[in-house]
Design a binder for this molecule. Sequence first.
Ligand SMILES: [Fe+2]
Ligand SMILES: [Fe+2]
Length: 200
Amino acid sequence: MSVDEAKRLAKKNLSPKRYEHTCNVRKLAVKLAKAHGADEKKAALAALLHDIAKELPRDRLLQIFTENAIIAGNAAQRPAPVWHGAAAAILAQTQYGVDDGEILSAIRCHTTGRPGMTKLDKIIYLADMASYERTYPEAEQLRRHALADLDRTAIEGLGLSIAWLKAGGKPVDEESLLAYADLRARYYGGRTSEQTAGEP
Ligand SMILES: [Fe+2]
Ligand SMILES: [Fe+2]
């Protein structure tokens, strides 16, 4: 699929507000890809398709999982707010002809992360979380940090997101907890919690 085709698809399937968000995610994802030596076209495609299933009704998302049970895995058992990532990856693969595993993975885990996140997974996760229209106080800092250090900022972003969900009494997807622990173990290696005090 070309970037122009993905853009047309996003425009057709999304409300103007979500399409604007999607364009902002693309802008930041390409900037991060450039900064960190990732494939800019893959970043653009994953960004343009990441929320393609976000406005589908709950029944349709469940139908997508049932009809694609093998690819969907345990998606339906996960918290409902994360369904649209798995559904978007399924649609990208089965309807839109995207066969690149890196792009599909980045779309699938864009709201949760996952253990063993690739560079593109981290780019799309952070470009979505800190896209230019986000107004929460940490967004600007996350954008700046992500340009300088993708791994450290993925830890920062996941840590913030898990803390917000917990504070709001909302369920935290298991994949996010695993992703957070995995990223920290890789980044901090054998350093103790005293040695990493003050780090994200
Ligand atoms: Fe999303
Ligand atoms: Fe999004």
